[in-house]
Design a protein around this ligand. Structure first.
Ligand code: NAD
Length: 416
């Protein structure tokens, strides 16, 4: 079997991490039981480009249980857990991923595509864009793809708009049971986790700047406040900015926040949101991190070119001494801090995100040939099914509409 991982002898360690995740992903484990019985993915080849975490392994094992044949490349140079990659390789998955893979990132994606997929499962869009640019000959086999994150969905929507998208993509990110929990509570908690594991500094009392008040930013601001930080939000969208104000945060432009912030985290999916003019204004000792998909949110190139000195002072913490004599500290090269410095999102939220992935893969097979080359929402019945199953595993019951209420909601005649 073909694979490339850091060290296959880490497989046992990977296995116990995966068992831990499995205990905390009950919905996906239920779906695995259904898949074992019904084999909805029999004979289907799935090429995945995902963060290689313990939770991803639970998804991969579920897809295997459904009969699929899988290949997997990492979706970020620093997000692979080598023990997980080793375990997956040991059970016969074609894995091409290792932590610190800067140079062979696209080679791994191309290797994963050698499976000649029927379905793509992407996180960020690099697999799908590689198919559309370098591997167009493989597109003919494809039923459709799924996309895990906001940045990937944005890229695929642009491809659709420009008329170049060659197969349907289901925006798993946009399911309610994904972004409301994964982006908000997952990123909120795991970003703080990454900052703490890499710096071991106190959050309480710090000026904590969150750049971007979307779903990830909301979760992060909420959790930073919970730990006693004085949270400042920077936004470009007037409605999101207003929300942040009324949620009780200080809102100001990044160049103002730059002068007073102690910790800065970007979560925008946009480029150079912390740029030279802000970096120059920062206090001595400022900490910089990014939790958005790509490493271009902080202008790291400017730091590289304009520092007079650079050294790694702790694992994942790079000190840049600037010409003005101040030192700033960049975590994880400006790459996803929650995955590079911690373990990514907790299994309980990935339970919902990846249940959507598994059910959508089945749905794509069931709807083969019926879809256009567009970006689709996750069907509402899948989204609600995931929510229902999650509540059930949590032992939570909710009310049901009575017949009288259903009729009332569908009528217009009854007023005061
Ligand atoms: N770290 C993770 O594990 C993880 C998880 C989910 C999503 N993501 C990624 O995080 C990023 C954000 O995702 P989201 O779901 O919160 O997106 P979102 O669209 O809900 O929010 C992004 C926000 O950033 C704002 N923004 C854009 N440019 C800005 C600028 N120059 N200055 C200030 N604000 C700006 C937008 O107005 C928007 O409100 C994406 O790249 C996404 O792929 C990462």
């Amino acid at each position: 079997m073909d694979y490339k991982v850091r060290d296959l002898s880490l497989a046992k360690e990977g296995e116990s991490l995966i068992k831990w995740a499995e205990q905390n992903m009950p919905v996906l484990m239920d779906i695995r039981k259904d898949f074992e019985k019904d084999k909805p993915l029999e004979g289907i080849k799935i090429a995945c480009c995902l963060h290689v975490t313990k939770e991803t392994a639970v998804l991969i094992k579920t897809l295997l249980a459904g009969g699929a044949n899988i290949s997997l490349a990492g979706s970020n140079p620093l997000s692979t857990n080598d023990a997980i990659a080793a375990y997956l390789a040991s059970i016969g998955v074609r894995v091409y991923a290792w932590k610190g893979n800067h140079d062979d990132y696209y080679w791994c994606i191309e290797k994963a595509l050698e499976i000649e997929p029927n379905i793509t499962m992407d996180d960020g869009g690099d697999l799908v864009t590689t198919l559309h640019t370098k591997k167009q000959n493989l597109i003919r086999n494809i039923i459709g793809g799924t996309e895990e994150t906001t940045t990937g969905v944005k890229r695929h929507r642009v491809m659709e708009r420009e008329g170049i998208l060659k197969f349907p993509i289901i925006a798993v990110n946009d399911a309610f049971t994904k972004y409301l929990f994964d982006n908000r509570y997952g990123t909120g908690q795991s970003t703080i986790d990454g900052i703490l594991r890499s710096t071991s500094l106190l959050i309480a009392g710090k000026n904590f700047v969150v750049v971007g008040y979307g779903w990830c930013g909301k979760g992060l601001a909420m959790r930073a406040r919970g730990m006693g930080a004085k949270v400042i939000v920077c936004e470009v969208d007037e409605i999101k900015a207003l929300e942040a104000v009324m949620d009780g945060f200080n809102v100001m432009p990044i160049e103002e926040a730059a002068k007073i912030g102690d910790i800065f985290v970007t979560v925008t999916g946009n480029k150079h949101v912390i740029d030279a003019n802000s970096l120059e204004k920062m206090r001595d000792g400022a900490i910089l991190a990014n939790s958005g998909h790509f490493d271009n949110e902080i202008n790291v190139k400017w730091l590289e070119e304009n520092c007079i000195n650079k050294k790694e002072v702790r694992r994942n913490v790079m000190q840049y001494e600037l010409k003005n004599g101040k030192k700033v500290y960049l975590l994880a090269e400006g790459r996803l801090v929650n995955l590079a410095c911690a373990e990514g999102h907790p299994p309980e939220v990935m339970d919902m995100s990846f249940s959507n992935q598994a059910l959508v893969a089945k749905w794509l097979v069931d709807n083969k040939g019926k879809l256009e080359n567009k970006v689709y929402k996750v069907p509402e019945e899948i989204d609600r099914e995931v929510a229902r199953r999650k509540l059930k595993t949590m032992g939570i019951k909710i009310d049901r509409l009575t017949e009288e209420q259903k009729k009332y909601l569908e009528s217009w005649k009854e007023g005061t």
